[in-house]
Each structure stands twice: as C-alpha cells, then as structure tokens.
Design a protein around this ligand. Structure first.
Ligand code: ADP
Ligand code: ZN
Length: 745
C-alpha cells in the first residue's frame, strides 16, 4: 500500500489509521500501518506508547493531526475477529452521551486485557508409537501407576498431564517421568473453547393464546431484522403481570435468534438471583447460557470474553456490564425487569444499561425486548408515543389468580414495644402456617438496626468517612457503613460520654425482624435472605431450593428476594414497612416503591393456591398504596406522568447532575461555586445548586451537587461540555457527570 510520500509532510491516507486505546484520552490517535499489514477498521492492534506496548482498536481514518516525523508504526495485529462497526459506533455514542472519553468506554469492551492474547499452547501427551507394546523394552521399568497412565492414553487424542494424572489416579510427575523416558509423546496444543450449545430446535412449552401472540410478535421482529436489517431495530415492551410467563415468551425470541445464527443477550438486574432462571433456560434449550457477572474468576472471564468474540457463546446472561462484551453477531437483547434501577451504573462510566441496550440494538439493527410487570414511566411513555411496541400478558399462567392486596393501617394497630409485626399480620402468618403454606416477610433493610444511639447522651454512631449512620449487623458482630463498606467492632463504651452498656438499637432490619419471628412463631423454620447473608450465587440457589422444597416456613428478606422467584406454596407476603421507600423525596420514590412492592407481592400465590399480601403502612391513603390495593397501575402511572410533566421532569424534560467531590472541602466549594457562577442560562434551562449532597461526605470526600434541568429540545451534552469548559479544575477535585440521574444522594 505504500505510496510515494517524498513531497508531502503527511503520508497518504492509506498507510495511516487512527487507533483508539482503552485509556482515558481525548480520542483516537494516528499510527502508521507497516506495508503488508491489513489494519482495517475494527482490527485489534498493538502500538507503542511511551516505551510500553498497548493494545487498541483501529478506529477509522486518520485525523492527520500528527506530523509524519512523529508518527509511530503499528507493532502488530492481534489474532482476533474485528470489532464490528456497530460496536464501534456504540462506544462512540455512549462516550458522547455520558461525557466520557471514548477510550474509557472502549476499555469496558476490552475488560479482560489478558483475553486479547492468543491462548498459550500447553503440553499434552499422546501414546508414543514405539512404546507399543512398551513392556518389550527391558530398560523401562513398568509400574502399576505407569500401566494405568498408558491404559488411559490414545494415539490420536492428547491429554494434559493434569488430566491424565487425574484420570489414572497418579501424580503429574509420573506422567512427566514417562514422557522423559520416551513412553509418551509430548505435543503442543492450544485449548479450544468448547461450550455446550443451547438447542433452539427443542420444543418449548405449549403457550396460551396471549403468550403465543406475544411470542409470535417477538419471533417476527427477530426474523425481520435478519431479512431486512435496515428495518431491524425495534423495541418491544413485554408488559405482563407477575407469573404471566414473560420468560417463556422471550425464550421464543431467543430461539428465533439462535435459529438465525445470531447471538442473544439477556440482561438481568441481579445475577445471583437467577438460579431458577438458569434451570428453566437449561430445561428449555438443553444447555445453560453463558453467565457473565462480577464473581467470575480471571480464567473464566478470559474464557468468556473469547467465547463471546469467537461467537461460541451464543446466549449470554449477565449483569449490565455484559452489554459491553464484543459480540460479533448480536441479534437480540432482552432486558428482564427493565424498570430495575440496578441497571444504572453509578460509578466510573455512569450509564443506564436499559437505555444503552436500546442504543446498542439500534446500532446493530436488531430488536430489543424490555420485560416487566411494572414498566418504568419512561418506557410507558415511549409506548404511548409509539416509539416502543407494547405486548401484554394480562393473566397469570394456568389460571393462577393475582394475589389480593390488603392494607394494614398501622395507625389503628396496637404494637408491643420493639415489635414490628402488627396483630393483623401476626394473625395472617399464623393462619398461613396452620394451612401448611409459606410466608415471606419483606423488609428492605439489611442488618439488625439502622441506627445505634447512646441512651445516656443521645450520641449516634456515625461513619467517620460518610454522612451516614452505622448499621448494626448483629449476626456478624459488626457495625457497618452501607455506603463505604467500613466495618468495625461495636465500641465498648459511648465514644462521646464513655457510658458503658448504654447503646440502644433503633428501628428494625431483617435480623431484628428475625428475632421477633423467633419469639412469635417459635415452631416456624425461618431464614434470612439479604445480600450480605447470602454471599454467593451458589448460596442463593441453595436457599431458593430450600424454600422451594418447603424446608422454610418464613422467609425474611430484602429486595433481593423480591424478583423472579416462583414458590408454589408461598401464599402470604407481609410487607413490614411499605412506606420505607417513600422517604427522601427522590423523583422516582413513588414509582419505585410501587414497583418493588408490586414485585414482591407478585411472589404470593403463583400456583393453584391463591395468595394474599398485607402492606403495613402509616400512609394508607398515599397514591402508591391505593394503586397497589386497587390494582390500577396504569392510572397511578398516568398520575405520576402528569406530575412529572407539570414539573418538566424526565422523561418530559432532561436532567443531568454534576457531583463535585474531593478531600479538601474548601477546594470542593470553590469549584462548586465556580460552576454556579458559570451556570448556563437561557430559555428552558434551570440550574439547581450548588448544594451539599445528601451524602455530603462519602468515603472521606466532600460532595456538592448541581442539577440542571432542560427542556427536551436542548442538547444537554453540548450544554454540559461548554459549561465544564468554563471552569478550571484543580487536580484535587473531581467532577462526575451523571446524565439522566437515578440517584440523588
Ligand atoms: P413471569 O416472568 O411473567 O413472572 P414466568 O415466565 O416466570 O412468569 O412464569 C411463571 C411460571 O409459569 C413459571 O413456573 C413458568 O415455567 C410457568 N409457565 C408460564 N407459561 C407457561 C406455559 N406456557 N407452559 C408451562 N408453564 C408455563
Ligand atoms: Zn462510610
């Protein structure tokens, strides 16, 4: 490709490309392509950077901003499939939307650096031809162990020393010794990725009419995206009551994607909860999907990343970061429980995986399915305006009825001191246990008590690093900060007045509720399910299994038990503090409270036995409680929408937050005030703050917040960019940009 460049200061376009590196740099930089190298856009390459070698991706044509004399050569190409065009455009889009350097987003797609290198060849062993039969050579001592190794060797299929040793029941040194003695032939092999493949040909369950209609619409959208990619992008909301079979329905869409030779991605809010989901998937497709989550080991991540990029992982289920895996032929994304706020990533690159899934599907020209019994307001509005299609499943599968939801007006109940279960709820628990059925008590608060104070002086135990109370975890014997993870032994005496034995626990967490359960229902078998008591996916699966097998009578838990689970004998859900989520006045507090309470209610009565739900509330006439009891979800959401519209709140207006933080309070305040002075002004722009964040100190960093609200016709990214450019930022202070914020802490 080299052309004459003697007379110009730039080499020709053909032998230069821009390369994006997985680093927080402003953009892609130019490199020279050595003659003969096929550095097409999307190719993984190694380039020199300040004496190091760094892997990056050919991003496109050169910028021509680098002078020829400074231009460096690409060192080499990596032996990997190219990054598809759709993924490159997605990276650029996410970077621009979230105001993040593109290299930082690229790094999310290259999250396993070691996976970029070709897997190293390892030594394996075959039967050496001359050793057949080996016993004829009198110089070679044959032992029983050696005999066993030989018996497990073949002349064609190699085995590693470790595998051979395991199978033959010998130590690997025996195997190596035999190789040295010429009894085995050593060969160098590269481990191939082998994954059991989900089989789309397997028949699914018989679907009800409503399920079939929804499934047909999804299957059709997948097929059409393959036949006619330019019209392939669609968003389908699968809006079905809890237990209506949404999972079975979107499995049909996955089957269609597999049949078309495409990969499918299912995003779920909490991977640890998917034991039942994995079983169902495996039963449906004959093989498990590939799981992608934060608990994988280094080797599993390496293997997984390569399985995805090689197309061998055909169905991936994962938490939000799975969206950034380098799928070469993605043809479908399903976002299960699309309303869940855990799809919002709150540090590093701040993004919403639900929203970014829609973008990824648009870039890749394929359908995305958003599934929920309580769709987010944003999604509901998008179906009303026709941007998304809505498919409904109005009934539970197999004629199961939705649970009856009742309120317990806590203002009328007489509770004992240090008691949180009203007489009404206690009675219901007793009745349910007497009928041989199961109970779930929902309290969205981990630990024993959210606050510990000194009875003598009133001092409250606070986190030294955060504006937050320390939460007592009595089972662990610790006080913990739920914001920074600080964990300390409870002090002997009050740090303020030195009084001994003066601490009082205030308010309940699940552990304390368990105490009351022991007291009131001494014969019931109970367990606690919270993210800190159930520490691994395996432990969660085992707990779910015990519940399914009815070895548990009362399950006490936080929101991690609210989703997905299907327990046929669970017929009573008691919500201990239905008002909990309403405090704080966050934009989505009512919507979220509705969603979580509806979700947890949906655990009751999912099979033949009808379920009921009791919500303990001091605000029984709150719109959320009324909507839950009456089942008038859409009316509630319409009222929420009207109120958001009145206040120009999302999705009717756009919001972005700037969080200024640092260890030096004065420096933080300076920057926050400078941002305030440089605030954008104009029609349709409102800036609130700077103000101390509700968590005004987090992990020892002082925090100030500014919130900008603009009408939808204003490009908020452009506005933020020019705003931020007007303020000088000392090295000790950081500004985080949160577009479409979900957390206001
Ligand atoms: P959702 O996700 O809407 O809450 P699920 O997909 O979990 O509902 O379905 C609830 C239960 O009903 C599951 O145990 C599921 O296997 C079962 N189910 C749903 N549809 C069918 C069907 N057509 N045939 C057999 N079982 C079904
Ligand atoms: Zn803390």
């Amino acid at each position: 490709m080299a052309t004459s460049r003697a007379t110009t200061s730039h080499s020709s376009l053909q032998d230069r490309v821009s390369v994006l590196l997985p680093l927080p740099l402003a953009g892609a930089y130019d490199y020279r392509v050595p003659p003969g190298m096929d550095a097409a856009p999307g190719a993984y390459v190694t380039i020199p950077l300040g004496g190091r070698q760094v892997n990056g991706v050919v991003w496109g044509p050169p910028s021509l901003e680098v002078d020829d004399k400074k231009l460096k050569d690409i060192i080499g190409l990596l032996d990997l499939p190219r990054v598809p065009d759709a993924l490159r455009r997605f990276v650029d889009w996410v970077a621009s939307y979230t105001l993040t350097p593109p290299g930082t987003v690229l790094r999310m797609t290259m999250s396993v650096p070691s996976a970029l290198d070709a897997p190293r060849a390892t030594t394996a062993y075959l039967l050496a031809p001359e050793s057949d039969p080996p016993q004829t050579d009198s110089r070679i001592r044959m032992t029983a162990a050696r005999e066993r190794v030989l018996a497990n060797l073949s002349a064609t299929e190699s085995r590693s020393a470790a595998a051979l040793a395991r199978i033959a029941g010998v130590s690997p040194t025996v195997v190596r010794g035999m190789a040295d003695a010429g009894l085995l032939r050593a060969v160098s092999v590269v481990q191939e990725i082998t994954l059991p493949q989900p089989d789309w040909r397997k028949p699914g369950p018989r679907l009800s009419d409503a399920q079939s209609d929804a499934a047909a619409a999804l299957v059709d959208s997948v097929r059409r995206s393959v036949a006619k990619p330019e019209d392939g992008f669609t968003v389908k909301l699968l809006d079905g009551v809890t237990g209506s079979g949404k999972t079975e329905v979107y499995f049909e869409a996955i089957a269609a994607a597999l049949a078309a030779g495409r990969q499918a991605l299912v995003l779920v809010p909490e991977i640890a909860l998917t034991a039942q989901w994995l079983k169902r998937f495996t039963a449906r497709f004959g093989a498990p999907p590939f799981e992608w989550h934060s608990d994988l080991t280094g080797a599993e991540r390496r293997h997984g990343w390569r399985a995805v990029i090689s197309g061998k992982a055909t169905v991936v289920v994962g938490a939000r970061s799975a969206l950034f895996l380098p799928f070469p032929s993605l043809g479908l994304i399903v976002v299960d429980e699309e309303h869940d706020s855990s799809f919002k990533q709150e540090d590093g690159v701040i993004y919403n995986a639900r929203d970014m899934s829609v973008v990824r599907a648009r870039m890749g020209e394929f359908p995305v399915v958003l599934s929920s019994a309580t769709p987010s307001l944003e999604t509901m509005i998008n179906t009303e305006t026709g941007r998304y299609d809505r498919l409904t499943l109005p009934e539970r599968h197999a004629g199961a009825s939705l649970p009856a939801i009742g309120l317990v007006d806590m203002r009328d109940e007489v509770l004992d001191r240090q008691s949180w279960l009203s007489p009404t709820l206690q009675q219901a628990v007793n009745d349910t246990l007497a009928a041989g059925e199961q109970v779930m008590l929902f309290l969205n608060r981990r630990g024993y008590a959210p606050l510990t104070l000194c009875r003598t002086c009133g001092h409250r135990l606070e986190c030294p690093n955060c504006t937050a109370w320390l939460v007592e975890h009595r089972l662990e014997g610790r006080l913990e900060c739920h914001h920074c993870g600080l964990s300390i032994r409870p002090p002997e005496a009050c740090p303020k007045c030195e009084a001994v034995d003066s601490f009082a626990a205030c308010g309940p967490g699940v552990e304390r509720l368990a105490e009351e359960v022991t007291l009131r229902f001494p014969d019931a078998r109970f367990e606690i399910m919270a993210s800190d008591t159930v520490q691994s996916p395996a432990a969660a699966a085992a707990l779910v299994q015990r519940m399914q097998d009815r070895q548990i009578d009362i399950l006490i838990g936080t929101q991690i038990m609210a989703k997905g689970h299907h327990f046929p004998f669970l017929t009573l859900v008691g919500v201990v503090d239905a008002d909990l989520g309403l405090a704080g006045g966050d934009l989505r507090a009512a919507e979220r409270t509705y969603q979580i309470l509806h979700q947890v209610s949906g655990r009751a009565g999912r099979a033949e036995r009808p379920g009921r739900v009791l919500l303990q509330s001091y605000r029984p006439d709150h719109a959320v409680m009324e909507a839950l009891v009456s089942g008038e979800r859409d009316r509630f959401m319409a009222a929420e929408a009207a109120s958001r519209e009145r206040h120009h709140m999302p999705p009717f207006g756009r919001l972005a937050a700037l969080i200024v933080s640092g260890h030096d309070m004065a420096a933080v305040d300076n920057v926050a005030r400078a941002l305030g002075r440089a605030r954008p002004t104009g029609n349709g722009i409102t800036v609130l703050g700077p103000a101390p964040a509700p968590l005004s100190i987090l992990r020892g960093r002082h925090r100030r917040r500014l919130l900008v609200k603009v009408t939808r016709d204003i490009n908020v990214q452009a506005l933020l960019r020019s705003w931020l450019a007007r303020v000088r930022l000392p090295g000790s202070v950081r500004i985080q940009t949160d577009v479409d914020p979900y957390s206001f802490l």
